[in-house]
Design a protein around this ligand. Structure first.
Ligand SMILES: C[S@@+](CC[C@H](N)C(=O)[O-])C[C@H]1O[C@@H](n2cnc3c(N)ncnc32)[C@H](O)[C@@H]1O
Length: 216
């Protein structure tokens, strides 16, 4: 077989495999009553890094719609903790989760969140947020990096010392600089590509552990 058709065949097989894995996650999510296959990304990361959720924790899920991460967090946390989910979109109610609709950077949402937190600091911030995609890679990358920066700013204002953050990013322009920035604020930063995340996508998760005290 000429080299080009061999690599074409390999690409085709890989595309088929990716679709197959993707569909398998969709089917499994439906069978298990999860709102989206994104749930498997969170469970894999929490389990792989042994991130236990104590029953009295405060967790904020940024970009929570349709709600599979929040569902999983509520299942792990139990009734003693506080889980707040924020999204631009409407979210069907989730037992044990307070949902705020709006942009997490906007003052009315910030005020509503502060009321939910009732003076408590956050133990864990998770963000599966993605920007509105334009289809232009350069634009979308820049939008994602801006969203990541806003998320880090949010975490710096609300996380307790020793708290953790998990966020989605895109590998590309600005990613390494952002990762370095995280390393200044957290004791450890891990890069994760969960199995449920398509290999062909630039999507990558950053797990930032042990938020450092702010230097004065
Ligand atoms: C991939 S979905 C999240 C899926 C979710 N983790 C789940 O398991 O169901 C990304 C979400 O981020 C939300 N989002 C993007 N930018 C946002 C912002 N500035 N404030 C709040 N939500 C935002 C979008 O509306 C979208 O619903």
């Amino acid at each position: 077989m000429p080299r080009s058709s061999k690599s074409k065949a390999r690409r085709k097989t890989s595309a088929w495999y990716q679709r197959h894995v993707h569909d398998a996650h969709v089917r499994r999510a439906r069978q298990e009553g999860k709102r989206s296959r994104a749930a498997f990304k969170l469970t894999e990361i929490l389990d792989r890094f042994g991130l236990e959720l104590a029953p009295d924790m405060v967790v904020v899920d940024l970009g929570c719609a349709p709600g599979s991460w929040s569902q999983e967090l509520a299942r792990r946390l139990g009734p003693g903790g506080i889980i707040v989910g924020i999204d631009l979109l409407e979210v069907q109610p989730i037992a044990g989760v307070r949902v705020i609709q709006g942009d997490f950077t906007e003052p009315p949402v910030k005020r509503e969140l502060e009321a939910c937190l009732d003076g408590r600091k956050i133990d864990l911030v998770v963000s599966d947020m993605a920007p509105e995609m334009s289809g232009n890679k350069v634009v979308d990358q820049a939008r994602m990096m801006a969203l990541n920066e806003a998320t880090l700013d949010f975490a710096c204002r609300h996380l307790r010392e020793g708290g953790n953050m998990l966020l989605k990013s895109f590998q590309g322009e600005g990613f390494d600089a952002f990762r370095n920035e995280l390393m200044q604020r957290f004791a450890r930063v891990r890069l994760v590509k969960p199995a449920a995340s398509r290999k062909t996508s630039a999507e990558m998760f950053l797990l930032a552990l042990d938020f450092l005290p702010v230097k004065r």
